[in-house]
Design a protein around this ligand. Structure first.
Ligand code: 4AD
Ligand code: MG
Length: 462
């Protein structure tokens, strides 16, 4: 092992006390007097920084000159129980190796706390702050939990393309992918852009969802899930939208809508439980600094059954609430975040799975109910977030699906119809917005703060 991780020293301190350790990391802060200097060293493995004690009889000012906030160092020394309060263990430095200094006059992250807005401007350095490191460790843990959950259930990780020639589902405006010269576009006889000259010989875009290809996987392997980036070119400047976000899309052959809801609820509870168990220190840190109710909210979601409610009843509750909403509410309307949050935060005070939406406001592939008006959709609505999951049972009937696609003028997707043409089965699936899950588990307020390099309108740094 090249050196001791700070996390492992805290976790196994009994084993290491009295031994010489090697620690490597970045200086968070330095303080002290003319006899002794204390450095808080963080290596990214833990929210806790390790205190390094430099005895000024062993080290002179010249040697310690470069040890300032942000600089990278290697210290070898004895791990001891700490005399001071505020930490349990510390290292009595014996040797110091300075890797890279950070000029205190220009290093943007000083010891004093910075606002999240300021840090967004410095997104390339913010993982070095306690807050973002905590968020990113939780993000990692959730990603791992997702793979573990599905793997343990016998689902296969199925890779769907990021570049696609299908307009998928109209889930959102797409980013076009082209190598055509924009300043001199080739045109055909009618004066239209000649996409046969483009890289793929046709118009192509970044995917808004892997679902349709996922259905091809599920109708062969049984249960699959995707977990990858998706892209939506909507001009949504909200704290819950990104132009590039990660989505998890399980798709299951032989699942009906109720099975789909059971899976979604079990899945999301599993992920939150995993984070509560494995990211305790980071969640506590975020709770202390940003959101005191966070741990309680997470436990509450895990311990309570989600409400399951048809859209029609949800709309009735909203209409009868007497509440003045910014956007009007009536049967047939696509619910706004304020409506969803009213149901969850004020009316039920629990997560809600809203089902059976009007077909006009949902995607073409959703299974039509017997009433001919609603489809077997399910949106999982969460406190603080609104919609965290969107899914449905899929229309497995070839004729109904084909008609609906014709009604909507969807062309060039005969390959998708083949799933219904040959060996069609009832099947269901859903999509979880990964960043919305991370947002919920970290208690952060803005989705731009839970992905390392956020992409949103007018912003594509790094
Ligand atoms: O509801 P959506 O659009 O559903 C689909 O894409 C389906 N194909 C899913 C499926 O059935 N397989 O998106 C699914 C989820 C939303 O519930 C939300 O959590 C998240 O993706 N999402 C976004 N997250 C961040 N930024 C955006 N712009 C998002 N748009 C959707
Ligand atoms: Mg949706």
């Amino acid at each position: 092992m090249p050196h001791n991780s700070i996390k492992s020293l805290f976790e196994n301190s009994a084993e290491w006390i009295g031994k010489v350790v090697d620690v490597k990391g970045w200086v968070r802060s330095r303080r002290g007097n003319k006899y002794v200097q204390f450095v808080a060293l963080n290596d990214g493995t833990s929210i806790k920084s390790l205190q390094i004690v430099f005895d000024l009889e062993k080290f002179n000012d010249e040697q310690l000159k470069g040890v300032t906030t942000g600089s990278a160092i290697h210290v070898r020394g004895l791990l001891v129980e700490s005399q001071g309060k505020g930490q349990t263990i510390e290292v009595q430095a014996e040797t110091l190796e300075l890797y890279g200094t950070a000029d205190p006059d220009t290093y943007p992250l000083q010891k004093k706390g910075h606002s999240l807005e300021f840090l967004r401007e410095k997104a390339h350095l913010r993982p070095r702050t306690n807050t973002f490191a905590a968020v990113l460790r939780i993000r990692h843990a959730l990603a791992y939990a997702i793979h573990k959950f599905f793997n343990d259930k016998g689902f296969y990780y199925f890779h769907t393309p990021l570049i696609t020639a299908s307009d998928a589902e109209g889930a959102g405006a797409q980013f076009q992918v082209t190598t055509l010269p924009l300043e001199d576009l080739p045109v055909d006889k009618e004066g239209n852009i000649d996409y046969s000259k483009d890289f793929f010989g046709k118009m192509a875009s970044l995917t808004v969802s892997g679902q349709l290809e996922g259905e091809l996987g599920a109708t062969a392997l049984g249960c699959i899930y995707t977990f990858g980036p998706t892209f939506r070119a909507e001009n949504s400047n909200t704290p819950r939208h990104l132009s590039e976000f990660w989505m998890i899309e399980p798709e299951m052959a032989f699942y009906e809508i109720a099975d789909n809801m059971d899976l979604a609820e079990e899945f999301i509870k599993y992920c939150i439980t995993y984070a509560l168990e494995h990211c305790k220190d980071d969640i506590e840190f975020l709770a202390e600094h940003f959101d005191k109710e966070l741990p309680e909210r997470l436990k509450f979601v895990v311990e309570n059954e989600f409400i399951r409610l048809p859209y029609t009843e949800g709309v009735k509750i909203l209409e009868e609430s007497g509440k003045k909403f910014e956007f009007p509410v009536y049967w047939g309307v696509d619910l706004a975040s304020e409506h969803e949050r009213y149901l969850v935060e004020e009316h039920f005070k629990k997560p809600v799975i809203l089902t059976d939406y009007p077909k006009e406001i949902k995607a073409f592939y959703m299974k039509l109910n017997d009433d001919g008006k609603t489809v077997r959709a399910m949106d999982v609505l969460f406190p603080k977030i609104g919609e965290i999951i969107g899914g449905s049972q899929r229309e497995e009937d070839f004729d109904k699906l084909k008609n609906r696609m014709e009604e909507l003028g969807l062309e060039g997707m005969d390959w998708y119809l083949d799933t219904r043409r040959y060996g069609s089965v009832p099947h269901s699936g859903f999509g979880l917005g990964f960043e919305r899950l991370v947002l919920f588990v970290t208690g952060m307020q803005n989705i731009r703060d839970v992905i390392p390099f956020p992409r949103y309108p007018k912003n594509c740094e790094y």
